[in-house]
Design a binder for this molecule. Structure first.
Ligand SMILES: Cc1cc2nc3c(=O)[nH]c(=O)nc-3n(C[C@H](O)[C@H](O)[C@H](O)COP(=O)(O)OP(=O)(O)OC[C@H]3O[C@@H](n4cnc5c(N)ncnc54)[C@H](O)[C@@H]3O)c2cc1C
Length: 415
């Protein structure tokens, strides 16, 4: 039986960053996953480090938009009918949280994390030898209608008030930045302070390698085996049981499987998403991710090709993939950018772990001494992994946290 100061369960970008931050503070740490680091949700994202984010993803407000989703014609969202009764209460809470008041509350609560997102990645990348994956040229959101662009006014005003850079672009100005985009949109906004990575999997693996270089131990094991044993937490791994006083649960969409068993039932939902890689046609290319807001997809240049990621699908996490959104959005995507050959036979699917207020849970697990939570990062797990990792490590080690962790507490779901 091995003894260590802390066990981190889950080696996605969130858990790996937490483990690395704990190791940097001198703790003996074991990082446990049933797969290799970064191989689940943290593999397939669009690679955007959204330091610019202010508001949560909007809930569709117009009747036409809702009707298209209900009729399963919307490219930006899909759902499984059988899942609707389960997701309906969560969707109502989500809708309330994404109205203006809720959006402003989200912006205030999350700014300390988002504002450090890029710099925390840069610091880890520098020590992990991963800086070559980082592009610091922002991302671009494209709007196909004047109304959709005008709907961004409040958020852009807030950005100005907070000193965040953003630039509204004409079609021609956008095409100076990204010459392969066709003029099928009417407006664009460039957020230059965001960053992106060309290979999210490689970034997580580089952080895991840095963790190991600092003496951290990466083991295969089943987080579900976690239990209390002689005053410690114990988890079973391929190398035998490992004990520790502190455990950080960073299991992303799988966190409820373990926490439910420990009597911790927090209202996590899943927004499933897919990606496919395409070769660009001819000498077309992208230098940074672009989002076609009306159709809910992102085109992100990756080492593997142009990665097209879809918007949300509301379905049980483990239900069979139904990648119908590609059929709905591909005509629009091909009009926007010369997508060539599709590079894999099957799309990749992952589940964004989301609370209805779009905030993660970072902090103590209620009623379980020594258990810590770091999950539910929704659309921003890549973005927030390192900043969350610093915060949880500061909390676990009793240091002064760099920001007030109260907005991320699990206690917010009480009452
Ligand atoms: C299509 C799509 C696009 C996205 N684009 C972006 C983006 O551009 N920018 C951004 O910031 N975020 C983006 N996201 C969100 C981001 O990918 C997630 O928030 C993030 O990956 C979550 O990281 P995680 O470490 O919490 O979870 P994961 O990466 O899923 O890690 C959880 C780990 O737990 C392990 N695990 C589960 N069960 C067990 C068990 N029983 N025993 C042991 N190990 C277990 C898994 O193997 C996994 O490695 C996107 C998501 C999707 C789906």
């Amino acid at each position: 039986m091995a003894r260590t100061d802390a066990i981190v369960l889950g080696a996605g970008i969130v858990g790996t960053s937490a483990a690395l931050h704990l190791a940097k503070r001198g703790l003996a740490v074991t990082l446990v996953d049933r797969r290799g680091p970064g191989e689940e949700t943290s593999y397939g994202n669009a690679g955007v480090i959204e330091g610019n984010t202010l508001f949560p993803h909007a809930f569709p407000s117009g009747f036409g938009e809702l009707l298209r989703i209900a009729l399963k014609q919307a490219p930006e969202a899909n759902y499984h009918l059988s899942f609707l009764p389960k997701v309906a209460p969560w969707l109502l809470a989500y809708r309330s949280n994404t109205r203006l008041e809720g959006s402003l509350a989200f912006a205030e609560a999350m700014r300390p994390l988002f504002s450090r997102a890029v710099s925390e990645h840069e610091a880890l990348m520098a020590e992990a030898g991963a800086a070559r994956y980082l592009r610091k040229d922002g991302w671009i959101k494209l709007y196909r209608s004047d109304e959709a662009f005008e709907a961004t006014t409040r958020e852009r005003e807030l950005a100005v008030a907070l000193g965040l850079n953003q630039r509204a672009l004409s079609v021609d100005e956008t095409r100076v930045l990204e010459s392969s985009l066709m003029p099928v949109f009417r407006h664009a906004v460039h957020w230059p302070d965001a960053a992106s990575v060309s290979n999210p999997l490689a970034v997580t693996k580089a952080y895991a390698a840095r963790f190991a270089a600092l003496g951290g131990v990466v083991l295969n094991g089943d987080a579900q085996t976690l239990h209390r044993s002689e005053g410690h937490w114990r988890v079973e791994t391929d190398e035998g049981p490992v004990d520790a006083r502190e455990v950080v649960v960073a299991l992303g969409p799988w966190a409820p499987d373990l926490l439910g068993r420990l009597g911790i039932d927090l209202p996590l939902m899943f927004k499933r998403g897919y990606h496919r890689h395409f070769a660009p046609r001819g000498n077309a290319g992208l230098t940074r991710p672009v989002v076609d807001v009306a159709n809910g997809y992102c085109l992100a240049p990756m080492e593997q090709g142009i990665r097209l990621t879809t918007g949300a699908e509301f379905a049980a996490r483990d239900a069979a993939p139904t990648p119908v959104q590609f059929d709905r959005l591909l005509p629009a995507a091909r009009d926007l950018f010369p997508l060539g050959e599709q590079l894999e036979a099957q799309p990749w699917m992952g589940s964004r772990p989301c609370f209805a207020d779009s905030r993660p849970v970072i902090g103590r697990a209620p009623g379980q001494p020594g258990l810590w939570l770091d999950y539910g990062h929704a659309h921003w797990g890549l973005t927030l992994g390192p900043a969350s990792g610093r915060l949880i490590a500061e909390m676990v080690t009793g240091a002064v946290p760099f920001c007030d962790p109260a907005p991320y507490s699990a206690e917010r779901f009480n009452g």
